[in-house]
Design a binder for this molecule. Sequence first.
Ligand SMILES: [Zn+2]
Length: 400
Amino acid sequence: MTDIDTQAFLHDLHELRKIGQFRTGVHRPTYSPQDMESRRWLMDRLAVCGLDVSMDGVGNVYGRHPGPGPHLLVGSHIETQNEAGWLDGALGVVAGIALSRAGLPVDVCAFADEEGHFDVGFLGSRSIIGEVTEAEIDGSRNRTDGTSLRDALRAAGLDGRSRMTLEPGRHKGFLEMHIEQGTQLEQAGLRIGVVTGIVAIWQWRLVVQGQQDHAGGTTMAERKDAGLTAVRLLAAIDSEFPRIAGERSTWTTGRIALDPGAPSVIPGRADVLFQFRDVSMDVLERMEAGLRALVREANRRERCPVTLEGINKAIPALCDPAMMRALAGAADALAPGAWQYMPSGAGHDAQNIARKMPAAMLFVPSIGGISHHWSEDTKDEDLVLGVQVLGETARRFLAG
Ligand SMILES: [Zn+2]
């Protein structure tokens, strides 16, 4: 059994929680003074564990194990959403410190801006796998205040530093511990989730073309109301999808924009942003086929033509089977009967790192499923059990 100092682990979590404290949570937006303070705090902690520490040109903090391999990479992110929780991201990084302190041959990384304060998206974990171009950085802005990423990097003292990339062949795999950010574990009375994969998001735009006209003068028989066609189609999707979707698929209409959007004008156009998510390509393709069939059916029945445009089709990141076996074995040993397999409905840095090496994730319960809010929390005993399972997983996977 791997010996994790769980008191030191909890102590580290609470130390990090003090940086940018907001009520019971934290406020550490990317490259803010408090975010940079937390990165320096992390560098100190990693150095104390004997790792060779560096921070790169986008703020990725990396602690490199100086001894012989095989090595594992462990990590997550330490910036937060605005006025958000103390565990999201921080947990996976501090768990890395705990594994390193226990003498495991791990490199620990905090990937910058997983929370997407800048519109480049997964800046740190995509940069470290060599996917972010300088032009992308030039064009990126802060979603909240419009600051250019270049200006923010300069203000944080990071301009002129090179960006690191993962050393090919160095790592046997990547492990990320994270809070669930949902209620599946809590509702099932379970304490550990072995993640099977990270869902892919398929995004669509539905445009309905109607006829803008007077809401009083135009009879019901004459009008071409793009808004009504959109709403009927969305209702049809919602009643049909349960038959074709997977057990944990989700679908969401995030925006319906009616043009011109005035109370006395029949909408001439509806612009709808729609997405669905699943971890299985088969299910995603079935949902796409279903969506296309429903649009065809709408075009047969309705007065207003609908066009469907694909915006983005990502590929689900599946967790590595051997790493999942190590996680399941460790969970069986330390939490018998108290764990389950489950997909991740949210995006994580692991989905990017999984493109370069085997990757796996472990979830611990979120109290009330709350996350991205200052009241986010997890019981101490679940945090402790989680890091023990993670350590045992690392030991087994490295030995296997
Ligand atoms: Zn996170």
